[in-house]
Ligand binder design. Structure first.
Ligand SMILES: [Zn+2]
Length: 338
């Protein structure tokens, strides 16, 4: 995924707001407070998310090496993901397609779709990409810019959280709505920073673009939640701007669930950046209101996605079980409050 240029416009609007407030346009701070303050009880529902298990699922994907498009690690990892979801009682389908990368490379794409209780009509979509970036083009050392990343966080962590949820739902058997876990391929072959080609944003999320234009007729989950980079150290999940535009009610629902699950500190009720990610085509083409849980590091100089984003440091040493737990338990809370 990458940042959307819209962030500049947003920043300008925020700046204008600050200037407006500074010249006395807004009410005083003390007048504003009671409106924004909410007293909410922590009341966890559903099974306890096991962060050790999610961590092991993250490690297992990394053990295949980089999972970039058309690589051996990629295909072996696909098989492993399919077998895991099947072991947890899901009905699994693979959607294969030949997609074209920004550089003309034919990408052998496999979107993996696993369904918990496929017979139920009320459904929620959870999704994450599973391919890894072939180039560490944001690495501080330019000698690494053409090397593949291990992608423990981006995005083994998202698939790991989904697998742990599938494992728990199968064990618990109490959730009476259907859940579809979609692992998107070909997200991270987007135009590298070192390329001579201009990045118009279209070269990202290719698997999700394909999926969203080829979903079975009549498939209409209530909403979707995309998980991207949900295991990083020091991650905080600000409210992503495109999610707020497409599905403001779902943003509210998920951030409220985080607070009632006891993980509100990981989910500040504050705007983050605007991001080009798999949720864009799912909203645009499939018309499923879908939000993105993605970290935002306002003070990180390396990237607002965090210090390891598209660098060789995106490895297991920078995965934090506390982050996996906060996100996993929040998604469980959302499902069981439905
Ligand atoms: Zn990425």
């Amino acid at each position: 995924m990458k940042k959307k240029p819209i962030i500049i416009i947003v920043s300008l609007l925020v700046l204008a707001g600050i200037v407006y407030a500074f010249v006395g346009g807004y009410g005083s701070q003390t007048e504003m407070l009671p409106e924004t303050e909410e007293v909410e009880k922590v009341n966890p529902v559903g099974p306890a998310f096991n962060a050790d298990s999610a961590y092991a699922f993250t490690q297992a994907q990394c053990d295949f090496g980089p999972r970039s498009m058309n690589s051996v690690g990629h295909d072996r990892c696909a098989e492993w993901i399919v077998n895991r979801f099947k072991a947890y009682g899901c009905k699994v389908e693979i959607q294969r397609a030949d997609l074209t990368g920004y550089d003309g490379t034919v990408l052998k794409s496999q979107n993996i779709m696993a369904s918990y209780r496929p017979e139920l009509t009320t459904r929620i979509l959870l999704c994450a990409h599973w391919d890894s970036r072939p180039w560490a083009d944001n690495d501080p050392d330019s000698a690494n810019w053409h090397k593949p990343i291990m992608a423990a966080n981006d995005a083994a962590s998202g698939v790991a959280v989904m697998l742990e949820i599938a494992r728990l739902l199968n064990q618990d058997k109490k959730l009476n709505i259907g859940v579809d876990f979609v692992c998107f391929d070909a997200e991270d072959w987007g135009t590298p920073q070192w390329a001579d080609v201009e990045d118009d944003g279209e070269s990202w999320a290719l698997g999700a673009q394909y999926w969203a234009q080829h979903i079975p007729g009549g498939y209409a989950p209530r909403y979707g939640i995309l998980l991207d980079m949900v295991g990083g150290q020091g991650a905080r999940f600000f409210q992503e701007q495109m999610s707020k535009q497409y599905a403001p009610d779902i943003v509210k629902k998920v951030w409220r669930a985080a607070r009632s699950a006891g993980y509100g500190s990981f989910f500040p009720k504050t705007d983050g950046g605007a991001v080009t990610d798999d949720h864009i085509p799912v909203n645009d083409f499939a018309k499923i209101p879908t939000i993105d849980i993605i970290p935002y590091y306002p003070d990180c100089r390396q990237s607002s996605f965090g210090p390891t984003w598209h660098t060789l440091a995106d490895d297991m040493q920078h995965i934090d079980k506390n982050t996996l737990k906060a996100v996993g338990q929040t998604v469980i809370q959302v499902l069981f409050m439905e």
